[in-house]
Design a protein around this ligand. Structure first.
Ligand SMILES: [Zn+2]
Length: 82
């Protein structure tokens, strides 16, 4: 499966996701629930698995559903095209 692109991160730590993405978030071990500001969140506070770049609020990032890794814009795109 190709890395999934998220258009805008909510924060460095996590981004709210729709119900359709919860399964992928669970498999990645990144699902967060029970927060007051929303139902489902994807945790990404470890940043890009390749370069360590943190996710920045308002910026895009990727999740590789096969490995559960978070990727920055550059490395997500790279893996998508590989
Ligand atoms: Zn990167």
């Amino acid at each position: 499966m190709q890395p999934i692109r998220f258009e805008e991160a909510d924060s460095t730590e996590r981004t709210q996701i729709g119900e359709g993405l919860t399964r992928v978030a669970v498999v990645a071990g990144r699902l967060e629930t029970g927060r007051s500001e929303g139902k489902y969140f994807l945790r990404h506070d470890d940043g890009c698995a390749v370069c360590g770049e943190p996710v920045v609020a308002g910026n895009p990032f990727y999740l590789d559903p096969d490995t559960g890794e978070i990727l920055c814009e550059i490395h997500g795109k790279e893996r998508r095209e590989a």
